[in-house]
Design a protein around this ligand. Sequence first.
Ligand code: CP
Ligand code: NVA
Length: 306
Amino acid sequence: MKHFLTLKDFTKEQLEEILHLAIQIKKETKEKIYKPYLPMQTLGMIFEKSSTRTRVSFETGIYQLGGVGLFLSANDIQLGRGEPIKDTARVISRMVDMVMIRNNSQKELEEFASHSKVPVINGLTDLFHPVQLMADYMTIMEYGLDKNLKVAYIGDGNNITHSWLMLASIMGFDLSVATPKGYEVDSKILADALNMAKKSGATIITTNDPKTAAKDATIVTSDTWVSMGQEEEKSKRIKEFEGFIVDAKLMKLASSKAKYLHCLPAYRGYEVSEEIFEKHSDIIFDEAENRLHAQKAIMVWLDQQR
Ligand code: CP
Ligand code: NVA
């Protein structure tokens, strides 16, 4: 049995298999062909944090696959009142067929998984957001941008950035990460990525200069400067992230064919200008839609590994 906790646990071939399945399932869905890949299966969906895309895509996805999603807000289940995570895992995993969790801590997610009888999917933690990156790469493939791919990530060294590091180092594309001083990526995750990059041939660069990162990029991407749980740091962060907005001036340094991606929700005037966001809104909302298709493929693939 396999879990989907971080991209690091997967080979390039496995990720490609899931991505091709996602493209096939998307095609079927567009033709209104809903094959019951997971009949009668229940997906438990535990949320400790807010969500629009993750909740809607997983709940719709499992339904389209022939199963049902169970939305479990951490505040409404006993977990929120202190029931140990390992007991929650041992109970829920006897009743459902798969679990998706969005929580504050990768460590706790891993603890849940180690006590679960069924596959567990990471729906975002403090360290990673792997399902988002599967949708991002699927979008890159659909737009034919996966050849000679050079990604520039501009902004906070957060869960999205860490997942880009993992994806690049496994798939073997070039990634430049520009963060303000003090907001760099986790050093252990960077070391892991640099190590994996030796095998895949990825070039990974970290800098404090957005212009260096953006140069000749074929994909430019950014994420909120204030992740969920960091609301108290908002005014400090806005000051310290000055100069890290992705705007027309920065995009000019990228390749003339470059596209801008955003995992959403997006805060215009901060990590991206209104102009750049709207100019690239077609690909950004394809990226959002692909959460549905990519995650359906992840669920089907995990079911096949049992
Ligand atoms: N990108 C993403 O995960 O969005 P939600 O927080 O709305 O789920
Ligand atoms: N870094 C953001 C991603 C939201 C999808 C957060 O953790 O809030």
